[in-house]
Design a protein around this ligand. Structure first.
Ligand SMILES: NC(=O)c1ccc[n+]([C@@H]2O[C@H](COP(=O)([O-])OP(=O)(O)OC[C@H]3O[C@@H](n4cnc5c(N)ncnc54)[C@H](O)[C@@H]3O)[C@@H](O)[C@H]2O)c1
Length: 344
């Protein structure tokens, strides 16, 4: 864990703040909520349950207990409505904007629906937050903006062309954030997440959420499906590191604001390696899993590529130092799925 993160945690516990999480009922939003409540913060959350769920919130309630849960206010609402955004941001110190429709295939089928939430909703939240004078605005950007950029190491200042409409919207967010920084003295921080995984992640989307998909398949004795030859690689990043990055971004210096940062672990892992690691974790927790994976074609909008995040900018300006490497993250998530989802 980075020293700066420990410092921020201490500071926040001594002087609690009011936070707004958009997309609070989703995977990352609900993990942010749990950490903030555990650390005695006051949290407002908004979600329209497009892809998130009331079960995620109930899970957080059970984890944090009634003493912390009473510091949370949930608003069922839609960020496509500007007045709703103005209402929820009133009195807030730190905004963590995570509401989005982020499915590759979904956005290819319905680019307009994706644009409405990811661009109009984003702009609504930035305008409302700027006018409210919040202390910080941190938003979920994406490694998808690297698109077809070829080099394996992804650095913030070199991107390619986005490969699907949701990636286009994430890039548009960055352009708007940059405009706000230069013109309104409002300095958002964008966190370009790589492949995040952890508790409460939905197995819904095949091409991205491979870890919950595979765990589900392995636990039910089914076969795992790998796109391509399995030699594509990703920077799989445990959600605990994403929480750290958000807290560091919210409390960042003015100099560090108004910019984008990669958030990953800093190493690439192939899907074949990931399969072996997961099989090892689950075999240790339950029973031996011996089925080999099935290989298929890539889905639309996905392609063979190798990537990992160069995290030196986040290390230097935010004090980011990922506390979970891939193996410790996989061990944590495997235990969570085995214990919490034992019914699957
Ligand atoms: N999970 C990853 O690997 C990853 C990678 C890169 C970027 N991101 C970004 O991180 C953020 C969170 O991703 P996630 O994986 O938790 O996804 P998620 O789908 O679990 O969470 C998104 C949440 O936003 C809510 N939402 C959608 N439209 C809304 C609207 N109009 N009004 C209010 N709420 C709305 C959904 O109901 C859901 O709860 C997203 O912005 C996503 O693009 C995630």
């Amino acid at each position: 864990m980075s020293g700066r993160f420990t410092e921020c945690q201490r500071e926040l516990r001594a002087s609690p703040k009011v936070w707004l999480i958009t997309g609070v009922a989703g995977f990352i939003g609900s993990n942010l909520l749990e950490w903030l409540l555990d650390n005695r913060q006051v949290v407002i959350g908004i979600d329209n349950y497009a892809t998130g769920s009331a079960e995620n919130l109930a899970d957080v309630r059970d984890a944090v207990g009634p003493g912390c849960w009473k510091n949370f206010t949930f608003i069922e609402g839609d960020i496509r409505d500007l007045q709703t955004c103005r209402d929820v941001v009133r009195g807030v110190d730190h905004v963590l904007h995570h509401a989005a429709l982020d499915s590759t295939t979904g956005s290819i089928k319905d680019p307009l629906g994706c644009h409405d939430v990811n661009v109009k909703g984003f702009l609504n939240m930035m305008l409302a937050s700027r006018d409210e004078g919040v202390s910080s605005f941190t938003y979920a950007a994406s490694s998808a903006c690297y698109g077809d950029y070829q080099d394996e190491a992804k650095r913030e200042d070199r991107i390619g062309s986005p490969m699907c409409p949701s990636a286009v919207t994430k890039l548009v967010n960055e352009l708007y954030a940059d405009f706000f920084t230069r013109n309104y003295q409002f300095r958002p921080i964008g966190l370009r997440y790589f492949s995040v995984f952890g508790p409460r992640q939905s197995p819904r989307e095949a091409e991205r959420n491979v870890i919950p998909q595979w765990i589900r398949a392995m636990l039910s004795g089914g076969r795992v499906t790998i796109q391509g030859d399995g030699e594509s690689s990703r920077d799989f990043c445990y959600v605990g590191n994403v929480i750290e990055a958000n807290v560091l971004a919210a409390l960042a210096s003015e100099r560090a604001k108004g910019s984008v940062y990669n958030v990953g672990v800093g190493t690439g892992t192939s899907f074949n390696e990931l399969f072996d690691y997961l099989r090892f974790e689950l075999s240790a927790l339950t029973r031996d899993y011996s089925l080999s994976p099935k290989y298929t074609f890539y889905h639309a909008g996905d392609h063979h590529h190798a990537e990992y995040a160069d995290i030196s900018k986040a290390q230097k300006f935010l004090g980011y130092g990922p506390q979970f490497d891939l193996r410790s993250g996989l061990s944590a998530v495997a235990s969570w799925f085995v214990h919490e989802n034992s019914g699957i």
